[in-house]
Structures are given as structure tokens and as C-alpha cells.
Design a protein around this ligand. Structure first.
Ligand code: UDP
Length: 208
């Protein structure tokens, strides 16, 4: 059985996800798929176009969408669904997952991520290095956690929200869809959909 896995995106995110999949699916051929980068090789893997990926013969194919921009992830997830290519979850061996955690397809879980208990997570979740999700959180689709994002218990996070590097979200907070939590922010109040908050305590970003 020949299996071809494509890591969509050959930039920083993709180059952090490829080594995880290399361990997970040792028998597969692994390539990067990229629409914007020069074709060639990176870190021992070919960079191919989407059309090349579809044309390469293989009995089974799957894609990991390793791109931080959540709207791009959604568009590419739709492209994969149209082509009937399933999404594969990329998960570091060091990820800790406790009880009753449900995660929809296409997640990328980087090294040292922790998901504790009774958590629901939507499609194409990205949890970068050392980020965590505490108990009873409900996380929407295409949500992105930058490295070290810390989300405490009973937090609700809407689709396409972005939690910046090292940010801390207090227990029980609601973060609206498309909201952005800046790097290092300490979120002690709910964040409305589409709003960017920064600082400690986090406040909406205002333009001067
Ligand atoms: N990309 C792509 N198809 C798209 C959008 C992006 O192949 O529809 C690629 C893009 O060419 C780039 C990568 O995805 O190589 C995204 O890289 P970026 O610098 O945005 O950072 P990252 O998501 O890796 O942090």
C-alpha cells in the first residue's frame, strides 16, 4: 500500500509539522504542497504544487494544512474536501491529552501541548509549542494558538480566533469569533467577536 501525505505550506509552520508526521506515518511518502514557493526540496522533502499532489499515484492520500492563517486553512480544507482528500491530524508524541477530549479533523498539535479533560475542539485547530487548553473549554473551528498560549478552564473560543504567544486567558472567559489576543496579553474580560485585545489586563487595541 502506498500512502502519500502532503503538508500544505512549506514555510515556518509546515517545517515544524513535517517532522511530526514523519514519525507518525513512517511508511508514507511525505511532500510539501505549496502554491507560492519555488519548487524544489526542503529538509529532505519535495515541494510540489497541488496539481502535482493530485497527479502523483498513490493508493491513499491525506493532507495536513500547516498554515497559521486560519482563513487560508478553511479555504484549503474546502479544496481538500472537494478533491475527496482527507485531512490527517499531526500530533507530537509529547502531547498530553486527558479524558473526554474531542477534536475534529485536521488539527496540528505541536510538541508539549497539553489538553486536559472534557474539552471540545473544532476543525483544523492549531496548537503551537507549549500551549495548553484547560478543562471544559469549547473551541470552535480554525482556531490558532501561538506558542505558549495558556487557556484556563471553562473558556469558550469562537471560530477563527487567534491566541497570541504567551497570552493567558482567565477561567470562564468567552473569546468571540475572529478575535485576536495579542502576544503576552492577560485576558480577564470577555472579548467581542473580531476585536483585538492587548496588554495586562487586556484591552481592545485602539488606533492612535
Ligand atoms: N500557501 C499556499 N497556498 C495558499 C496560501 C499559502 O501554498 O493558498 C503557502 C505560502 O506560499 C507559504 C505558506 O503557505 O509558503 C504560508 O507561510 P507563512 O509565511 O504565511 O507562514 P506560516 O503559516 O508557515 O507561519
Amino acid at each position: 500500500m502506498t500512502t502519500l501525505i502532503g503538508v500544505y505550506g512549506a514555510a515556518g509552520c509546515g517545517r515544524g509539522i513535517m517532522p511530526l508526521l514523519r514519525i507518525q506515518v513512517a511508511q508514507a511518502e511525505l511532500v510539501f504542497i505549496d502554491d507560492g514557493q519555488a519548487l524544489g526540496q526542503i529538509n529532505g522533502h519535495k515541494i510540489v504544487t497541488w496539481q502535482d499532489f493530485l497527479d502523483i499515484p498513490a493508493e491513499e492520500k491525506a493532507v495536513s494544512i500547516a498554515i497559521a492563517a486560519s482563513k487560508t486553512r478553511q479555504l484549503l480544507a474546502e479544496k481538500c474536501a472537494t478533491a475527496e482528500i482527507p485531512l490527517i491530524e499531526a500530533r507530537a508524541a509529547s502531547v498530553v491529552q486527558m479524558d473526554d477530549v474531542t477534536i475534529k479533523d485536521g488539527a496540528c498539535l505541536s510538541p508539549f501541548v497539553t489538553l486536559t479533560s472534557n474539552i471540545s475542539i473544532g476543525r483544523c485547530f492549531h496548537a503551537n509549542l507549549y500551549s495548553y487548553v484547560e478543562h471544559d473549554c469549547v473551541i470552535g473551528d480554525f482556531v490558532t494558538f501561538a506558542p505558549g498560549a495558556k487557556v484556563n478552564g471553562n473558556v469558550s473560543i469562537g471560530d477563527h480566533a487567534y491566541i497570541g504567544s504567551g497570552a493567558i486567558v482567565r477561567q470562564g472567559i468567552t473569546i468571540g469569533a475572529g478575535a485576536v489576543v495579542g502576544m503576552g496579553a492577560v485576558v480577564t474580560r470577555d472579548v467581542k467577536p473580531g476585536v483585538t485585545v492587548v496588554g495586562n489586563p487586556a484591552k481592545p487595541l485602539t488606533k492612535d
